[in-house]
Design a protein around this ligand. Structure first.
Ligand SMILES: Nc1ncnc2c1ncn2[C@@H]1O[C@H](COP(=O)(O)OP(=O)(O)OP(=O)(O)O)[C@@H](O)[C@H]1O
Length: 269
């Protein structure tokens, strides 16, 4: 069983996994897993094929129920959690039939629909959020293409735009660079590093790219459980937390007074 990460005074745990176990038809995949992710951590989840990384992410986003143990999101037990628009999730790469009828715009807009909004009409404000997310990912020109016509890297950007449309505090990415070329991968890693360092986003990333994980997060895992290792990097030195937090509060205050809420256009800088 893992030790829970020590919490510094100024950051909240936004994911808490406690004593989690899961089996597929009696085949155990995760046993007694415990860890916490703090606001503004970048967590790399590393493990061999079949270690249970995707299964873990699916439980964290509510697609699978643990057999035992508990999950809290932003301090709320997952069973009562309603703030799903604070979480952006990009599942493992889907391969699309080129004839799949949805356009990039429709795919990105679908990030706005949770259970409550499923049948809601798309408003002008929704379209604007979509434009901003497409702009942030530099794929405005692809908006009316069918998603299946896009290259792997372009699809990845579209799914990231879908995850960003709600301006989430937490991004959960499952092997986001699989099947895309080395140059696009570098661009993608550069982008998420930038989001982590400058836009206060917390990341939970499954990746087999050990070179990148080591170079950004560090050589040594913070925790290990079963076949899963967690590499963790906070976005700034812990001793700077007090000052950094104050800056964030002021920025938030300013954003609130200027336009009510933060806009995804600030992703692009
Ligand atoms: N729907 C399912 N039904 C039965 N077994 C499953 C199902 N999904 C996954 N498994 C099994 O559970 C184990 C963990 O799978 P999971 O996809 O979580 O691993 P992973 O660490 O994400 O692997 P990879 O690195 O290959 O993506 C594997 O042995 C897999 O075969």
């Amino acid at each position: 069983m893992l030790n829970v990460i020590q919490q510094p005074f100024c950051h909240q745990n936004i994911i808490e996994v406690n004593d989690l176990s899961f089996a597929y038809q009696q085949k155990p995949v995760l046993s007694n897993l415990s860890f916490a992710v703090q606001e503004r951590d970048f967590v790399g989840l590393i493990g061999s094929n079949g270690a249970g990384k995707t299964t873990l992410l699916k439980m964290i986003v509510g697609l699978l129920k643990p057999d035992s143990g508990s999950i809290k999101l932003f301090g709320e037990p997952i069973e009562r959690f309603r703030g799903w628009n604070r979480i952006g999730y990009v599942p493992q790469k889907n391969s699309f039939n080129p004839l799949f009828p949805a356009t990039v715009r429709e795919v990105v807009l679908s990030g706005l629909y949770n259970k409550n909004k499923l049948f809601k009409r798309v408003t002008k404000a929704d379209q604007l959020k979509c434009d901003e997310a497409l702009h942030a990912m530099n794929i405005e020109d692809l908006a009316s293409k069918r998603i299946g016509e896009l290259s792997g890297g372009q699809q990845q950007r579209a799914f990231l735009a879908r995850a960003l449309i709600n301006n989430p505090a937490l991004l959960i990415l499952d092997e986001p660079t699989v099947g895309i070329d080395a140059e696009t991968q570098q661009g993608f890693f550069h982008l998420i590093k930038h989001m982590h360092q400058h836009h206060n986003i917390t990341f939970l990333l499954v990746s087999h790219d050990m070179d990148w994980v080591r170079s950004y997060i560090g050589e040594h895992p913070k925790q290990e459980s079963g076949k899963i290792k967690l590499y963790v990097k906070h976005s700034h030195d812990l001793e700077d937390c007090r000052e950094t937090n104050l800056t964030h509060s002021l920025r938030e205050l300013r954003q609130r007074s200027e336009n009510g809420k933060a806009s995804v256009s600030s992703w692009r800088s």
